[in-house]
Write a protein that binds this ligand. Structure first.
Ligand SMILES: CC(C)(COP(=O)(O)OP(=O)(O)OC[C@H]1O[C@@H](n2cnc3c(N)ncnc32)[C@H](O)[C@@H]1OP(=O)(O)O)[C@@H](O)C(=O)NCCC(=O)NCCS
Length: 329
């Protein structure tokens, strides 16, 4: 009999502090009408001053482990997808292993894949379960508010902080089998959405900082938009094909939540009804690699997913990277 590999438990965490569009209009030259009509975002959550990436990740991880009916000692491997790590080195996964009290297991970060990181990590976890029969904790976490430029109205209003997590394993406890997964990269677009400072091309030095050197996110919004629509639609179609399923079989698509207009265009391209696409970008903004696991956990909690449903995850981010997965609940 074929092995059933998939998700055993879901968890998420959103920090308490809410930042509305009206709050932003007091800090930069913007207004609710512009933000809402261009992006569909009404509010986003920002971490408290005493919260870090690790805190967000640990909350989501503990919830996913508990939801799976497990304890941290049952986890064999940890993958953290994040572009806003706790510190530069070592990775957030090392901090998380210690914080949640997991054993001395394999742990590593998947950094730099932008908003596509979590679904790519899910695919890696699936392979690790297949090859080594592990139980893998997969976390998508971002604390973007602390690294963005709070004076750049073209980027700052788009983002929020959050974390989401799943435990991947096999056997009867699987609640959502991963039928297929796929990912791709077009590195020719690497400079279209980037945070350069801190790498060897543009080291973060005190001298640069004093000069006010670049330390924030640079994005060509229109180019990102165009590619996001195409790649997320194609990736969703690809995983359906790999799973031998049709668009007509799909109950729900959970796309990366960057912008409502992107989600609507992806929905039209896939020929789906509005209720077949999960949307929470209005409440959280773009939370990077956390959007998909956060939306997945919420959709489960809200009863949007029933036993037997086919759910497609599709994501797109810096790189450009894209990734998708088909889940059978
Ligand atoms: C960013 C985005 C919302 C901008 O929408 P757009 O319709 O392309 O708008 P533009 O960038 O062309 O800007 C239009 C005008 O609004 C202005 N503007 C930008 N941000 C603004 C804000 N927060 N408030 C008010 N005006 C703003 C611009 O300065 C520009 O003014 P100008 O015409 O006088 O130069 C859109 O391109 C987008 O969502 N892209 C995808 C971004 C994304 O999801 N990134 C993460 C991917 S994982």
């Amino acid at each position: 009999m074929a092995r059933r590999i998939g998700i055993l438990g879901f968890g998420s965490y959103v920090p308490k502090r809410v930042m509305t569009n009206a709050d932003w209009s007091e800090l930069v030259d913007t207004d609710d009408e512009w933000i809402l009509s261009r992006t569909g975002i009404r509010e986003r959550h920002f971490a408290a001053d005493d919260e870090s990436t690790l805190d967000l990740a640990a909350h989501a991880a503990n919830r996913a482990i508990a939801d799976a009916g497990l304890t941290p000692a049952d986890i064999d491997e940890i993958i953290v997808a994040s572009d806003t790590p706790e510190v530069y080195t070592p990775d957030t996964a090392a901090h998380l292993q210690h914080r949640i009290g997991a054993g001395e297991v394999t742990a590593y970060d998947l950094g730099g894949s932008g908003c596509a990181g979590f679904v790519l990590a899910l695919d890696i976890a699936r392979t690790r379960v297949h090859m080594a029969s592990k139980r893998v904790l997969v976390v998508g976490v971002e604390l973007i508010s602390r690294l963005m430029d709070w004076t750049d109205r073209t980027t700052c209003v788009l983002f929020g902080d959050a974390a989401g997590a799943v435990v991947v394993g096999e056997g009867e406890a699987v609640r959502a089998e991963i039928l297929s997964a796929s990912a791709g990269t077009d590195g020719s677009a690497a400079d279209i959405l980037t945070l350069e400072t801190g790498g060897t091309r543009r080291p973060f030095t005190l001298a640069e900082a004093r000069k006010g050197g670049q330390h924030d996110i640079v994005m060509n919004g229109r180019e990102v938009y165009r590619h996001a629509v195409r790649r997320m639609s194609e990736a969703a179609e690809k995983v359906l094909e790999l799973a031998g399923r049709l668009k007509a079989d799909v109950s729900l698509v959970i796309p990366h939540q960057a912008n409502l207009r992107i989600l609507e265009t992806v929905r039209e391209k896939l020929g789906l009804r509005p209720e077949q696409v999960y949307v929470n970008v209005d409440r959280y903004g773009n939370t990077g690699s956390a959007t998909v696991p956060l939306a997945l956990a919420e959709a489960c909690e809200e009863g949007r997913i029933a036993q037997g449903d086919l759910v497609v995850l599709t994501a797109f981010g810096a790189g450009f990277h894209w990734s998708a997965a088909a889940l059978q609940f």
